[in-house]
Design a protein around this ligand. Structure first.
Ligand code: TYC
Length: 102
């Protein structure tokens, strides 16, 4: 819709073009070396799950190779990936954590 003013200015109403920001799923990947107990602690600490829920997610990763820990905006997802990887490397474990656009 366009409005013409006497001074010659034409104002054009913009249709809404902004999409809500994409969300990202954060996954843990299985490996043969990271202790189960360490993975449960990581899920509790960084993904705010209780022990029971964290254990279920860990077992899903162990069984299926991959498990979703949460869905977040991009910057929060990438921060969580970095924190998990840093924590795992410091502890000497090869645990992998990745994010995918939801
Ligand atoms: N597979 C590992 C073991 O048997 C446990 C494990 C679970 C490792 C989940 C990584 O993301 C992971 N010790």
């Amino acid at each position: 819709m366009a409005t013409k003013h006497e001074n010659g200015t034409v104002l054009v109403r913009q249709t809404q073009k902004l999409k809500p920001p994409s969300m990202y799923q954060v996954y843990l990947l299985n490996d043969d070396y990271t202790p189960m107990e360490f993975v449960v602690a990581i899920i509790q600490e960084y993904f705010n799950k209780d022990r029971e829920n964290a254990t279920q997610i860990m077992l899903m990763v162990h069984r299926d190779g991959k498990g979703m820990c949460g869905v977040y905006p991009k910057d929060i997802a990438s921060t969580k990936v970095e924190l998990v990887l840093t924590h795992a490397r410091k502890a000497g474990h090869p645990l992998q954590c990745v994010m995918e656009e939801a």
